[in-house]
Write a protein that binds this ligand. Structure first.
Ligand SMILES: Cc1cc2nc3c(=O)[nH]c(=O)nc-3n(C[C@H](O)[C@H](O)[C@H](O)COP(=O)(O)OP(=O)(O)OC[C@H]3O[C@@H](n4cnc5c(N)ncnc54)[C@H](O)[C@@H]3O)c2cc1C
Ligand code: SF4
Length: 510
């Protein structure tokens, strides 16, 4: 054998760079389902099914394309527990003259594969992942010499470089950012008739995986009844087309809104398909822009959507690869509280958190504002150690892969990188949640109260957070107003907040 082409669970693209020059007569593909990938964090059942079902369907596509495949299934007793051990064994058996792969998404996995190549004395050809609009080298060039990094400037560069929503050198519609037109809450009547979720009934192969995951990882979090994610490229294309036709027109407007029992709203639900490479971000961006061009979706919403894919998604990848491995250890706010155990069950009296976590465990999905301004916000203000928060986010979502999850969690949500990702910590009282959703109406707590039996834990923890981090935050001009308001509290008020916050932290309030 000449080359063994290593394909990971998030590299399910027949046209990936790793296949360039593939010679069916001399090369073969290698894939493995190993327990370690579901165990290094306590991977939820929906997430594991998402990966394994998509991998098994991709294996069929590879064979149909005439590519020889060596595939180690999880339910084969001979399969090793880790990628490294499995690859070692297969290299010894197959004796390729070299390993080839598209650059992996995870730093940890890259080290494992390099370790095998080195131990076996084999050349390892790692190819640029052209799935992305921006290479790591290009991102590093963008970052070089800048004192602070801001997504907005990176995003504008990307728009210009790729000619997306541009009129010559000017942004379409004369402005780069339409945030002011986006981000409404639903009125009192609620979201009305939201388009139904696009459901992909599990076929026999996916049902097999569901049974396997129940058997092997039955005690892991999450539920599998109702698993309906796209697990093939054909399904992912249907999901994209349905999103553009049915949800994109209202995507921007309700991007930040929440409604109890409504997990799907106007979001794309495409992150898992993108991250597993069933979809290419260029086709996703092109489909959204085309909808704007024919008048099927407004510019503000389309720009807001393009910003997520061409901006945030590429930006966090650049941060990850230019900052790892040290980034994963950061803890700028010196936070050491344990993650409350109810993050794994949803068993809390806080209505907003209960809704977001229950839905997360049911579907492996929550939209961005639930992740950032409900589960993330609470963990930040409680003072949870960021690495524990990271382990939770990496475990629970079907779209969770470390290169995108880690900067979002440690940087954007937990401010653990001291301001590299976000210019200030995203902190707010329960009143923010009250403004964006009706959760507070059905809650035993009151977002307007910061102390006392009915005090909303978010509101208590907000003031406590500002007091605890006064020294670190008072130099930040973007925090000036919040710090000024905090300074108006008298000593007795501060003491009462501290006492209530201590009760929240001790688990007396949950
Ligand atoms: C704490 C935290 C953890 C997160 N972990 C992940 C993760 O593991 N995997 C993941 O893909 N996204 C993650 N995100 C980003 C974002 O929340 C999800 O991409 C989004 O909610 C997925 O749902 P959707 O496909 O319906 O996205 P939509 O809201 O419809 O957005 C469209 C697409 O834009 C991209 N996108 C949107 N926001 C971001 C962002 N901040 N960073 C990168 N891409 C973005 C995604 O590919 C998404 O599919 C995280 C955000 C936070 C705050
Ligand atoms: S009162 Fe507080 S805990 Fe309850 S739903 Fe509102 S924000 Fe959440």
């Amino acid at each position: 054998m000449r080359h063994l082409v290593v394909v990971l669970g998030d590299q399910l693209d027949l046209d990936a760079a790793g296949f360039d020059g593939f010679d069916a007569a001399r090369d073969a593909v290698w894939m493995a389902e190993v327990a370690e990938e579901s165990a290094h964090v306590w991977s939820s059942k929906p997430r594991t099914v998402m990966f394994l079902a998509a991998m098994r369907h991709f294996a069929l596509a590879l064979r149909a394309a005439g590519r020889t495949l060596h595939y180690a299934p999880l339910d084969d007793p001979a399969t090793h527990g880790s990628l490294q051990a499995q690859l070692h064994a297969d290299v010894e058996r197959l004796r390729p003259t070299g390993l080839v792969m598209t650059a992996p998404g995870d730093w940890r996995v890259l080290q494992s594969i390099k370790g095998v190549a080195q131990a076996q004395g084999l050349p390892l050809d790692i190819r640029e992942d052209r799935h992305f609009h921006c290479s790591v080298r290009e991102f590093a060039a963008h970052a070089r010499g800048r004192k602070v990094l801001r997504m907005e400037y990176f995003y504008r560069e990307m728009r210009k470089r790729h000619g997306v929503l541009m009129q010559g050198d000017e942004p379409e519609g004369g402005q780069w950012n339409f945030d002011a037109d986006n981000r409404e809450a639903f009125g009192a009547a609620g979201p009305g008739a939201v388009p139904p979720r696009v459901v992909f009934e599990p076929d026999a192969l996916t049902r097999e995986v569901i049974a396997l995951v129940e058997k092997r990882f039955g005690a892991h979090p999450g539920r599998l009844d109702g698993f309906a994610w796209p697990v093939t490229r054909a399904q992912a294309l249907v999901a994209l087309q349905r999103f553009v036709a049915e949800r994109l027109p209202l995507f921007g407007r309700y991007q930040d809104a929440m409604w109890p029992g409504e997990p799907w709203l106007y979001h794309a639900h495409l992150a898992a398909a993108l991250n597993l490479k069933l979809l290419n971000p260029r086709e996703v961006v092109a489909a959204a822009v085309a909808a704007y061009r024919v008048g099927a979706a407004p510019l503000a919403g389309v720009e807001g959507f393009v910003r997520q894919i061409l901006g945030w998604r590429e930006y966090v990848r650049g941060i990850y690869w230019t900052r790892m491995p040290g980034y994963a250890e950061l803890n700028a706010l010196d936070a050491h509280q344990d993650l409350p155990s109810w993050y794994w069950t949803g068993s809390t009296e806080m209505a907003c958190l209960r809704d977001a976590i229950t839905q997360t465990l049911q579907h492996g999905y929550a939209h961005h504002i639930q992740r950032l301004m409900v589960t993330g916000l609470y963990a930040l203000m409680l003072g949870v150690q960021p690495q524990q928060v990271h382990a939770w986010y990496l475990a629970v979502y079907v779209d969770a892969v470390e290169w995108v999850e880690l900067p979002n969690t440690l940087g954007m949500s937990q401010y653990a990188d001291g301001g590299l990702m976000a210019s200030k910590p995203y902190v707010a009282t329960g009143k923010y949640i009250q403004r964006m959703s009706p959760h507070c109406k059905g809650c035993r707590y009151d977002p307007a109260q910061r102390t006392g039996e009915k005090a909303c834990p978010f509101t208590t923890l907000y003031w406590d957070f500002l007091m605890r981090h006064e020294a670190a935050l008072s130099d930040n001009p973007r925090m000036a107003l919040q710090m000024k308001n905090m300074a108006r509290l008298n000593d007795a008020q501060k003491q009462a907040i501290r006492e209530r916050a201590a009760a929240v932290r001790n688990g007396e309030v949950a």
